[in-house]
Design a protein around this ligand. Structure first.
Ligand code: ATP
Ligand code: MG
Length: 234
């Protein structure tokens, strides 16, 4: 088991008025590549944030397997520092001495093809470069579990491919588990082994990728997910 949620209930907003996750059960095994799909507001970001321990839980719990877990947010966040120092800070926060962060941070920038921009301010990078910087910061920690919230939203096709390629390469490293949300169904087909469909904070479908994209199977097992797919592909 890489990650498990049991009876996960999350309430947001003043007084917890919005029930964003309504008692969700999920077990993700080591090595799985899980896509989370669903309409805007269905709870994808809330699920990923809750699985990363960033939200108070109204009910239920989250269990984590061995190894580190890293998360990339829907809106990439960079410190007002060089790209290199953005990665170094990530390592330093994990307890490495500042001097010891230089070498692994360089390696991580090289890994994502950003070494030439190491001294550029992280916030002055393009959207695609910022997303690669976020990947470098995460990769430097050698996470066993990656949580990525719409990692290629608003990237141009070229940048999208670059980020997808990196995701596929990271996921191929032994023992690595990937959980990502996406509105891009082509990307889901390319990267995922399993698909979760969320609607109104509930997990309505949880299927192997080939079954999720088989009209026949989905129409029979989960009509709302089937209707969602018809809309997305229209
Ligand atoms: N800080 C907040 N306060 C109150 N309600 C919130 C807050 N954040 C999210 N919500 C609500 O919780 C629900 C789930 O939101 P969430 O951001 O998880 O959806 P999502 O599936 O990631 O959507 P998107 O595809 O637009 O990113 C929505 O109804 C949203 O309006
Ligand atoms: Mg979201």
């Amino acid at each position: 088991m890489a990650l498990q949620a049991r009876g996960l209930e999350v309430r947001l907003g003043p007084g917890g008025r919005v029930c964003a996750l309504k008692g969700l059960d999920l077990t993700v095994h080591e090595g799985e590549r899980v896509a989370v799909v669903g309409a805007n507001g269905s709870g994808k970001s809330t699920l990923l944030r809750a699985l990363h321990g960033l939200l108070p839980l109204q009910r239920g719990d989250v269990l984590r397997g061995p190894g580190r877990q890293a998360m990339l947010f829907q809106r990439p966040y960079q410190l007002r520092l060089s790209a290199l120092n953005n990665v170094r800070v990530g390592l330093w926060l994990q307890g490495l001495a500042w001097r010891a962060t230089h070498e692994p941070a360089w390696q991580a920038l090289e890994r994502v093809g950003l070494a030439a921009l190491a001294h550029r301010n992280g916030r002055a990078l393009s959207g695609g470069q910022q997303q690669r910087l976020a990947l470098a910061r995460a990769w430097a920690l050698r996470p066993a579990v990656w949580l990525l919230d719409e990692p290629t939203a608003s990237l141009d096709p070229h940048a999208k491919r670059e980020v997808e390629t990196l995701m596929a390469e990271f996921a191929a490293e032994p023992g690595t588990t990937l959980l990502f949300s996406s509105h891009n169904l082509g990307q889901v087909k390319r990267l995922a082994s399993r698909v979760l469909y969320l609607e109104g904070g509930q997990l309505l479908a949880d299927l192997p990728v080939h079954r999720f994209f088989s009209d026949h199977a989905l129409a029979a097992t989960c009509p709302p997910a089937w209707a969602f797919l018809q809309g997305e592909t229209a």
